[in-house]
Unconditional design. Structure first.
Length: 239
């Protein structure tokens, strides 16, 4: 039977609404903290600066992913596919928790700045790879997860570039891309679980892509405005 004629709903999926909203909220929180920190004068002016300039975000990077791991541990009666999806989330969270440990070691002076960006980029790359394989369905579900994986890859690339060229411009791009990442987790969760769409319809694949584009344009505008405001408040924006 033609796949477009087989209606797929949220009940046919193996992950959960909460499983998307929790990491999305986590990524948005990190990005907002970064933006807040970079309103302070001098936050982006040092090429030797590690990824995190305070203890707050590294602690969040350890604590929040560990909460995510606890939430995602497969329960009794779960089928093989459900367990696989959950374990992929656990793997993602564990990698980000490790980046928090790297940040803490750098904060103590035990590591240089480069490993903080390399660890961050590798955790993003790892998550992108996992979510690319997470899209076991076609239609809207597959499209949402492939877009998500692509954003992970973009964020990973920006983090890797900052190892070699630590500029304010790249930092703001990273913060914006992280907001897009978190925003798409949450918007994607709404599309998959609350929208009531037929997830196998080609028309809705196009709608999901259009919503992603609108979200990117909105976040880009907000981040650009934040950077201009930071400039006026005295934060450096060279680069």
């Amino acid at each position: 039977m033609n796949h477009d004629m087989m209606a797929v709903t949220a009940a046919d999926l193996y992950s959960t609404f909460e499983g998307h909203v929790l990491p999305g909220s986590m990524f948005i929180l990190w990005a907002l903290v970064w933006i807040g920190q970079n309103f302070r004068a001098g936050a982006l002016d040092s090429p030797s600066r590690a990824l995190e300039s305070s203890l707050f975000v590294p602690v969040l990077k350890v604590v929040l992913p560990l909460i995510g791991v606890w939430v995602e541990i497969p329960g009794e009666g779960w089928g093989p596919t459900t367990t696989l999806m959950s374990l992929q989330h656990v793997t993602m969270y564990s990698a980000f928790a490790l980046t928090g440990i790297i940040d803490l070691l750098a904060h103590r002076g035990l590591l240089s700045r480069s490993p903080t960006f390399v660890g961050y980029a590798l955790a993003q790359l790892n998550a992108g790879w996992l979510f690319w394989g997470h899209a076991i369905h076609e239609g809207v579900d597959g499209s949402v997860h492939r877009i998500l994986a692509s954003v992970f890859f973009v964020v990973a690339g920006l983090g890797a570039l900052e190892v070699f060229r630590p500029t304010a411009g790249l930092a703001w791009l990273r913060m914006g891309a992280q907001l897009v990442l978190g925003g798409w987790f949450i918007l994607g969760a709404w599309i998959l679980y609350l929208s009531g769409w037929d997830l196998s319809a080609s028309y809705n694949v196009g709608r999901a892509s259009m919503y992603f584009s609108w979200m990117v344009m909105g976040i880009a505008s907000a981040v650009l405005a934040a950077r201009i405001l930071a400039d006026r408040r005295g934060a450096p924006v060279a680069g």
